[in-house]
Ligand binder design. Structure first.
Ligand SMILES: Cc1cc2nc3c(=O)[nH]c(=O)nc-3n(C[C@H](O)[C@H](O)[C@H](O)COP(=O)(O)OP(=O)(O)OC[C@H]3O[C@@H](n4cnc5c(N)ncnc54)[C@H](O)[C@@H]3O)c2cc1C
Length: 577
């Protein structure tokens, strides 16, 4: 048994985790990450980070707040959206001061470009709000912050896998994990813990998400009685590379790319005449699926084209170098001369571990905090994205709420409000038993369960949903959960046992999927990323509220509770673009 004691333990070294780590210069901090920090999914973010700097044209944080609320189909907590839009500006300047190489305007300011759903003057037309570094913004954020963290002597535990959250005397007391290198279990005692463990796109068969996006933090919290909020709201990004899922950023459409059907028509002009290709993602994804269902996919198949040819070679090379390379690599297509086949791809979790706007995890519909436990980034639900996230609003969520969580902990440490709790007896027992069980299980194969889960989630809990499909999906996930109890890890090794890790990740994905499907089935309306063909309109009378899914001790969703949405400035209206 290995034991560590820190003031603060941060699980996750993506944008949210690193941003939190920067705020705690006087505390002893450990950052635990299952991948090497710069391999976190934040590094894959392409398009940019939203902030109303107004460097290119007039812009105001109030406009950004409005777009966020409307884009989220009014399920956004507006107090949190105000914090996001206001503090985005300082948070982006923090990144600039740490040396992030943003693209620049001719007079040396941070350059900004258009992105879906970001508008001027409360919806009049597109605005340039996204700060960017070519189409590698996330990569630059991660490199810049990781280097700064190293300079600040943050202690990293790389290739450690979180398995459990320690709760003692009604407060969070630390975490348990194991070292992937040698299999040894480690206990980390802490006054405060932040989960910044990212999303769970790997639950779907076509996804833009990295292999590591398996919802571990969400599942670990859920198993310890913490609810998961708004899990039914999962975003499909419109432009994934056909069949592969790898993302072609909205930056392409921000720079002027077209979406074309089999007649060569720019069909988005029919669906959203004001914003055309730059409508929010849920709307564009649904429009693509509608075109395909109407037989207007390319060659009658299940994809349409993303076309950048008219932008010209120079602009493509300068502004969209990485994503055009993806088309060459994965499809052997030359985007300078050919349109690129795309389809919607599972992309982003609006839901997650519920928090308040200081990043404190809350455990019920009254927003009661669990002292010492925080979450930030895609693993958390604060909720600034509501039913649908706007492009470039995730990176800004990471840096604004990672920063706030870190600062809140720093203040609580300074005032002596947080302290180490006594750890329960046999604190590692749960993790040890879980690992032992999968290593001595029956004959079920990880690959088969995983592929069946991903297919059923894609087919029945994707862009379009029905009660019948979701019931089938729930039954299938329950069957897979049962089979998972008999899963077996064949590799007996303790050294870099990636099979063991994948099995644990699969367990986490199944738990996240179960909560997602339960929420989707109960929500008999269509809002943002959640579209029910049998209930095609939004129903504010019954469903202007957040879902909280609680797990039963022996597995399965025990109950769904509902929590009111915070409305301050903007009364819910029909969402027209
Ligand atoms: C291809 C792609 C492009 C995107 N482009 C944009 C964009 O342009 N703009 C935008 O705003 N958003 C974009 N997004 C969304 C955004 O990048 C993500 O939501 C965000 O980066 C998530 O950051 P995070 O810090 O929450 O988690 P991540 O960056 O996913 O990091 C998670 C961390 O948690 C650690 N972790 C997870 N599980 C465990 C465990 N069990 N034990 C130990 N450690 C663990 C991982 O090692 C990792 O360090 C994009 C997403 C994708 C997939």
């Amino acid at each position: 048994m290995a034991y560590h004691k820190f003031d603060v333990v941060i699980v996750g070294a993506g944008g949210a985790g690193l941003m939190a780590a920067m705020q705690l210069p006087n505390a002893s901090i450990a950052v635990i990450s299952k991948v090497y920090p710069t391999r976190s999914h934040t590094g894959a973010a392409q398009g940019g980070v939203a902030a109303a700097l107004g460097n290119q044209e007039e812009d105001h944080w109030q406009w950004h707040m409005f777009d966020t609320v409307k884009g989220g189909d009014y399920l956004v907590d507006q107090d949190a959206a105000e914090v996001l839009a206001r503090e985005a500006i300082d948070a982006v300047y923090d990144l600039e001061h740490w040396g992030l190489p943003f693209n620049r305007t001719p007079d040396g300011k941070i350059d900004q470009r258009r992105f879906g759903g970001h508008t001027r003057n409360f919806g009049e037309g597109p605005v340039r709000r996204s700060c960017y570094a070519a189409d590698r913004t996330g990569h630059m954020i991660l490199q810049t912050m990781y280097q700064t963290a190293i300079k600040n002597q943050v202690r990293f535990f790389n290739e450690y896998f979180l398995t459990d959250l320690i709760i003692s005397d009604g407060r969070c007391a630390g975490v348990v994990g194991y070292s992937i290198r040698d299999g040894e279990i480690h206990t980390f005692s802490a006054k405060a813990v932040i989960f910044a463990t990212g999303g769970y796109g790997r639950a779907w068969s076509v996804t833009s998400n990295a292999l590591a996006c398996t919802g571990d933090g969400m599942a670990v919290a859920y198993r310890r009685g913490i609810p998961l909020e708004d899990m039914e709201f999962y975003q499909f990004h419109p432009t994934g590379i056909y069949r592969v899922g790898v993302l072609l950023s909205e930056a392409a459409r921000g720079e002027g790319a077209y979406l074309l059907n089999n007649t060569g028509e720019r069909f988005m002009q029919r669906y959203t005449p004001t914003l055309e290709e730059l409508a929010p993602r849920d709307i564009v994804s649904r429009s693509i699926v509608s075109e395909i269902r109407a037989g207007r996919g390319i060659d009658g198949s299940d994809y349409v084209y993303l076309d950048v040819r008219h932008l010209g070679e120079a602009k493509i090379r300068e502004k969209l170098p990485d994503i055009t390379d993806f088309a060459r690599t994965y499809l052997r297509i030359e985007p300078i001369t050919e349109p690129v086949p795309i389809q919607p791809t599972a992309h982003y979790a609006m839901g997650g571990v519920p928090t308040d706007s200081n990043g404190q995890v809350v455990i019920d519909e009254h927003n009661t905090p669990l002292p010492g436990f925080y979450a930030a980034g895609e693993a958390a639900c604060v909720s600034v994205h509501g039913a649908n996230r706007l492009g470039t609003n995730s990176l800004v969520d990471l840096i604004v709420f990672g920063r706030r969580a870190g600062k809140h902990i720093a203040a609580q440490l300074a005032s002596g409000e947080l302290d180490h709790a006594t750890l329960p007896a046999d604190v590692e027992g749960f993790s040890r038993d879980m690992i032992k069980r999968v290593r001595s299980g029956g004959g079920e194969s990880e690959v088969r369960i995983r592929e069946e889960m991903r297919t059923v989630m894609m087919d029945l809990c994707g862009v379009m949903r029905t009660a019948e499909g979701l019931q089938q999906c729930a039954a299938k996930i329950a069957e897979l959960q049962e089979r998972y109890r008999h899963i077996h890890v064949n590799d007996p090794s303790d050294t870099f046992n990636t099979e063991l890790m994948e099995v644990l990740e699969l367990g986490n994905l199944l738990d996240c999927s179960e909560a997602t499907v339960a929420g989707a089935l109960a929500r008999e309306e269509s809002r943002g990323g959640h579209f029910r063909e049998d209930f095609p309109t939004r129903d504010d009378t019954r469903f202007l509220s957040h879902t909280l899914a609680y797990r039963a001790d022996d597995g399965g969703v025990k109950e769904l509770k509902y929590k009111p949405v915070v409305i301050t400035e903007f009364q819910p209206k029909e969402r027209k673009y």
